[in-house]
Design a protein around this ligand. Sequence first.
Ligand code: GLU
Length: 471
Amino acid sequence: MKVKTRFAPSPTGDLHIGSIRTALYSWLFARRYNGKFILRIEDTDCERSKSLSVQSILKGLKWLGLNWDEGPYFQTQRLDRYKELIEIMLNTGNAYKCYCSQKEIEKQRFKQISEGKKPRYTRVCRNLKIKHVSKKYVVRFKNPTSGKVTFEDKIRGKIIFDNIELDDLIIQRSNGIPTYNFCVVVDDLDMNITHVIRGEDHINNTPRQINILKSLNAQIPIYAHVSMILNENGKKFSKRDNSENIIAYYKKGFLPEALINYIIRLGWSHGDQEIFSFSELKKLFNLDSINKSSSSFSIKKLLWLNKYYINNLPVNHIANVLKDYMKNENINIEKGPNLKFLLNLYKHRFHTLQDMVSSFRLFYEEFESFDLQSADEYLISNNIYILKKIFNRIKNLSFWKIEMLTEVINNQATTLNIDLKKINMLLRVVLTGKKYSPNISSVMFLLGKEKTLLRLKKAIIFIKNKIYIQS
Ligand code: GLU
């Protein structure tokens, strides 16, 4: 059997962690068994489907490297095929037209509830002999009224539903558009899907879909329903959780390698191993090791993994990715040090690429203002002479090396009899605008002579202006 899986999002919003995990499991399973992975956009809910969501889904999958072998198929482009099968089902007696109006259905429901019964369609039209040619109708599937539907879920084991519990499902709305459960069945059948891997919220649809497949004499795929992911408060994810949109992770500076590694571990394990490369996952992934219980999202863990990948992927690769982030922030990297230099010196400090961008900006552009508190503490008249001395020493340097810059600073601390820590802090404020920065000689080195002198001068002028205003 040639494995064929699919990812079938409804484009009603952005991709979130849960749907990405389903896509990832389906993708990996296909890759592991040299099968095919298809992408299908389930867009028959015209009111809620948005083309922007389609774009964002495609973008998210591409960014994560989850490439598809077929598709994207759009259900709205397959309406003729669904119609054709509905006709066949009507002719073979597997489906029937139901003329009950919404009002009548409501009435039936109300009656059932008031009699203490479970509300469901009463099947009044199931055996209708007369056809109401001019009346509006929906098409319903003739679900068996006895027996059971049993399937062996790859994650949850045997699942059994009594047919008596299942309604005669609407498979075509009164506007002629087929419904979700029907389209899924036809597509899984036509696309020869062997394994349906999806969220546990679809478990209740499965017996209905199996019954329709059986009525079409189709092969029943293997099902695997993946458990929920809970947010950090142990609750179901809501729109407000920052996990909503996968593109938001890109924007925050997460690497796809980290995100994939993080998501795969939300419910799947291979011993105690934490770090997995793509190629390793393609060899190891299996459905049997997916956990039945729900898993919890932890941003701390994701940050840890991102830091790991920032530090362990080749520096050339990180520099290339970072380049785009810098460009998106309108930072001209031609106007400062080579990114690889910066990465080699500082990458161990960062959890995300976006944090890097914020910190590296100062090497390429002048910062706008000094941090107020730092300026109050360090940019004071007593420090002008220290800055002037350092300015002159640096101006006269004929080589630009980190060791020489360290020596200049150390020398000044000794000759002026000032605590070295204090000079370092002062220079941090002067050169970066804040009290926190990497080692200051390396900052000077990367800024280059011209920018270093300019910033020293700027700080001296700033202090002088402050004194002038105060006097
Ligand atoms: N379109 C459905 C959803 O986005 C998935 C259907 C399926 O996987 O069978 O939840």
